[in-house]
Design a protein around this ligand. Structure first.
Ligand code: GTP
Ligand code: K
Ligand code: MG
Length: 399
């Protein structure tokens, strides 16, 4: 029996089983069995180059966004509208057969948008080009799930289920469970609060299913069996997703209003060019990009070419900023001056661990540069230099 048949069989057994206190251990075990099989399914078949075969597109720009959706919801039309790159659109399904990249220029940054073939129910099991599409979406920073506003609302759940089946978790935080495998010592089970969905016995049973007999387990929130399985599997990807309801030109105003009020959702019409600016703004917020402008000593900041950082990709500290400019820079940095949202004074003297925010201006002061030299040139910025040297005397900067 193949893996997919085995998953189907267990799913059928779960559907047959009544949910109650007596069956909860058995159901938990079945869930773990399915999770294990799904992980097996994700491993590329022997001899192939991997699940994303034929779909690889070189990463470009400051972030990557994937368009996921059923066929003919308007993904290609949207790519063409937002990037100017022409991706063929037509009224028949499966017009797009591969991955087509375009670039969005927004807020001085470049964001790579990927058009993909439509996926269908069963994509996670390899139907259509599901596996390749999913591999590409996993490589992106956020997902735009494109939906047809005139079609069933159930499509959103079906797609979410497909993506969950391959380990993608949309708009969810990683479970607050500490889990560490050990060589010896048995299972240590601890919680910081009362658990209402899971108990010690069930945890042991799940761990047993994974043949884990020595581990440390600490629950920091009221977790579920699914949370525990996610943590044990360890291969889940947590991503932000915006639900994009397209074709609002063909539905009534009440429906549009209803869809627009769903969380993480935006309603658009490619045909009428409605609300695309709102979509871009939401996308920008979800990506959490941090633009940092470099200010050479004694000169105006360079606002044309920001260093773009991201908390999800590499981090947003001063150290990350320096590494972005040059790998060897960090060791020469004495401190930096920061103007902007993240600074308490204008400017604030900061060390490498300071976390920068969008549109901060940063000036690097290197170790060999004398304070004397800096002082003269800082004059245009009020009394900044005097404050800096005073503070330095009092509290040495943490590096
Ligand atoms: N009414 C209406 N039709 C639209 C809109 N956007 C796209 N369409 C139409 O929807 C059809 C499908 O558009 P595509 O862009 O090819 O859709 P797709 O999601 O890329 O489709 P596949 O590549 O086949 O998965 C085309 O006939 C488009 O003209 C819209 O905002 N309103
Ligand atoms: K189409
Ligand atoms: Mg298409």
């Amino acid at each position: 029996m193949g893996i997919i048949e085995r998953i189907k069989e267990i799913e059928a057994e779960m559907a047959r089983t009544q949910k109650n206190k007596a069956t909860e251990y058995h159901l938990g075990q079945l869930k773990a069995k399915i999770a294990k099989l799904r992980t097996q399914l994700l491993e590329p078949p022997k001899g192939s180059a991997g699940a994303g075969e034929g779909f690889e597109v070189t990463k470009f720009g400051h972030g990557r966004v994937a368009l996921i959706g059923f066929p003919s919801v308007g993904k290609s039309t949207l790519l063409t509208m937002l990037t100017g790159t022409k991706s063929e659109a037509a009224s028949y399904e499966f017009t797009t057969l591969t991955c087509i990249p375009g670039i969005i220029h927004y807020n001085g940054t470049k964001i790579q948008l990927l058009d993909l073939p439509g996926i269908i129910e069963g994509a996670s099991e390899g139907k259509g080009r599901g596996r390749q599409v999913i591999a590409v979406s996993k490589s992106s920073d956020i997902v735009l799930m494109v939906l047809d506003a005139s079609k069933s609302e159930g499509h959103r759940q079906i797609l979410t289920k497909e993506l969950e089946a391959v380990g993608l978790r949309l708009n969810k935080k990683p479970p607050q469970i500490y889990f560490k495998r050990k060589k010896t010592g048995g299972i240590s089970f601890n919680t910081t609060m009362q658990l209402t969905h899971i108990d010690e016995k069930l945890c042991y049973q799940i761990l047993h299913e994974y043949k884990i007999h020595n581990a440390e387990l600490l629950f920091r929130e009221d977790s579920t069996v699914d949370d525990l399985i996610d943590v044990i599997e360890g291969n889940r990807k947590y991503m932000k997703c915006i639900y994009v309801y397209n074709k609002i030109d063909v539905v009534g105003i009440d429906d549009v209003d209803h869809l627009a009020r769903q969380p993480n959702s935006v309603v658009i019409s490619c045909n009428l060019e409605l609300n695309l600016d709102r979509l871009l703004a939401k996308m920008w917020d979800a990506m959490g990009l941090v633009r940092v402008y470099t200010k050479p000593q004694g000169q105006q900041p360079d606002f044309s070419d920001p260093v773009v950082l991201s908390a999800d990709r590499g981090g947003c500290t001063v150290e990350d900023f320096c590494n972005h400019i040059h790998r060897s820079l960090v060791k020469d940095v004495k401190y930096v001056l920061v103007w902007g949202v993240s600074s308490r004074h204008y400017p604030q003297t900061c060390g490498l661990s300071h976390v920068l925010q969008d549109e901060d201006v940063v000036q690097i002061v290197k170790k060999k540069e004398t304070d004397e030299g800096g002082r003269g040139r800082f004059k245009s910025h009020s009394n900044a230099p005097a404050r800096i040297s005073d503070r330095q005397k009092k509290a040495p900067l943490k590096q």
